[in-house]
Design a protein. Sequence first.
Length: 282
Amino acid sequence: MRFTKMQAFGNDYVYIDAIHQRINNLSELARFISDRHFAVGADGMVLICSSNKADFRMRIFNPDGTEAEMCGNALRSVGKYVYDHGLTRKRELVIETLGGLKVLKLFVDNGTVSNIRADIAEPILSAKEIPVYTSLKEFIEQPVEILGDTLFMTAVSWGNPHCVAYVDSVKKWDVEKYGTVVENMTSLFPNKTNVTFAELVSRDYIRIREWERGTGETIGCGTGCATAVVAGVLTNRCDRCVTVEQIGGRLKIEWDEITNHLIMEGPSYTVFEGEIFLPFIK
C-alpha cells in the first residue's frame, strides 16, 4: 500500500488514496501506521475518498484507531495531496468531512501547491452542540478551577472540540500539567478535548501552545489557532484578522464578518512517500 506523509505546521499525517485502492480494517491500519515506534509515525491517518457531495471526501483517524471529525491542518494538506498527485486540476475545492463541507483555495507554483486557504466554516459556540456540561447557552470566558488556579475558558468546535484559555505567557506555562487535567475533566467535557493556551502579543498577533487530546503537546494545530482567534474576538482581545504563532510556524487566521466563516491560510509540506506491507489488510 502506498502512503504519503505530509506536515502542516507540526501536524504529521499519513495520507492514503482510498479512491484507487480498497482499504479495509481501518481502525487497525490507523493504529499501525500511527504507532510512534513505527518508522512512519503520525498524528493520524487521512483517507482521500470519492464523494457524491463534494470534490473529495476526507476521513481522518486518530492514533488509537477512532475516527475523528475534522482537523484544519489535515484538511489543508488534503488540497495539496489531490493536486500534487494529479487527482484534480481544480484550484478551488469542496471537501466533505464529518464536520461538514469545507472549501479550499489552492495557490500553485511550478506545478505544485505552495499555499492553501481553507474556509473551515462557522465556529460552533452552542454548549449543546460542542457539548459542555453547563446550563449556559454558550461556553464563553467561563471561570474553571484547575489545580488551584482559575482559568477563564471558551469552548469552540468545527466538528472537533477545542477549549482555549488566555494566559500571560505561553512560554512559561506548564502545558502538560494543565493540559492533562483539562483534557480529562469529565465534569466539564463528556469527551476528551483539545486544549489551547493562548497569549495576546498584540491585537493582530497571538502566540499559542496546544495540548492535543490523547497524544500530548503538539507543535502545531490549525483549529487550535482558529479557536484562539474566536475566543479573542468574542472577548474583545483581538481583531478578526490575526497572525497566530505556534511552535511549528505561523498561520494567518481571519474571521469573516460578512459570512461568519473562519479562514485559515498557510502552507503544507510533503515529508516523504513510500510503500508498506500490511499483512492484516485483506
